[in-house]
Design a protein around this ligand. Structure first.
Ligand code: PEP
Length: 252
């Protein structure tokens, strides 16, 4: 199956307004002059950048999304951003359930399930992040933890799940410099596909893009992308440098 190849950059809480504009200008120029492999680039900057960077990226093939979305349509949720607010400024991607949101902001599989439904209702592609902690892997619970996290997708229609992107990010590999080996990552991606086939159909499972995240760099991207079931990367630290981000995208 010919799945979409994706390099997605999660900027987290980095880059001021002007720094963000500079980084996107560099990424756009490099992508347009060097990137010839049909890889889809996505960037997930902080909210304050979304409107201006979406404008800056008009006419390019680079997508832009939010790092989080609220599950409710509107209301008294101080500090939150709704799906309709995002689409009103032309944003059609969002991360859901990044491990830092699960760890620091009490996001659960249940709240992620609600966010995914809301995103899809508003024509926003959810990039659903899942992955086990080190303690869970050491206790040999990593496959069951990921299966439980994937339960957040259960209520979706076949049409809905087909729009989603999955990012497998073992928590012990995020921002630590420790990457899962390409074999460990691929083994989990195959497991994820099997769970999705069980929840939906084999065809759905074969079509969905599953990204790996956790200390991806230009030095390890090629080997990761060569694996049968790794369709791209969700990149943190290395997405903050245009050269590294583009070199990762050139590794397909
Ligand atoms: C991430 O933030 O999703 C991530 C994978 O970070 P890093 O690449 O820095 O490990």
């Amino acid at each position: 199956m010919n799945r979409k190849k994706i390099a997605a950059g999660n900027w987290k809480m980095h880059k001021t307004f002007t720094e963000g504009q500079g980084l996107v200008q560099e990424i756009r120029t490099m992508a347009e002059t060097e990137l010839m492999n049909n890889a889809q680039l996505l960037i997930f900057p902080p909210y304050i950048h979304l409107q201006s960077l979406a404008k800056q990226l008009e006419g390019s093939n680079i997508g832009i999304g939010a790092q989080n979305i609220h599950q409710n349509e509107q209301g008294a949720y101080t500090g939150e951003i709704s799906a309709a607010m995002l689409t009103s400024i032309g944003i059609h991607y969002t991360l859901v359930g990044h491990s830092e949101r699960r760890q620091y902001y009490n996001e659960t599989n249940e709240s992620c399930a609600a966010k995914i439904v809301t995103a899809l209702k508003h024509n926003i592609v959810p990039v659903y992040c899942i992955g086990e902690t080190l303690a869970e892997r050491e206790a040999n619970q990593h496959f069951s933890i990921v299966e439980t996290q994937l339960g957040a997708l259960k209520g979706l229609s076949n049409e809905g799940i087909t729009i989603c992107i999955i990012a497998y990010e073992p928590v012990w590999a995020i921002g630590t410099g420790v990457t899962a080996s390409s074999a460990q990552a691929n083994e989990m991606h195959i497991h994820i596909r099997k769970v999705i086939a069980g929840l939906f159909t084999e065809n759905v499972a074969q079509g969905i893009s599953i990204l790996y995240g956790g200390s991806v760099k230009p030095e390890n991207a090629k080997e990761l992308f060569a694996q049968s079931d790794i369709d791209g990367a969700l990149i943190g630290g290395a997405a903050l440098a245009s050269r590294d981000f583009i070199n990762i995208a050139k590794s397909f």
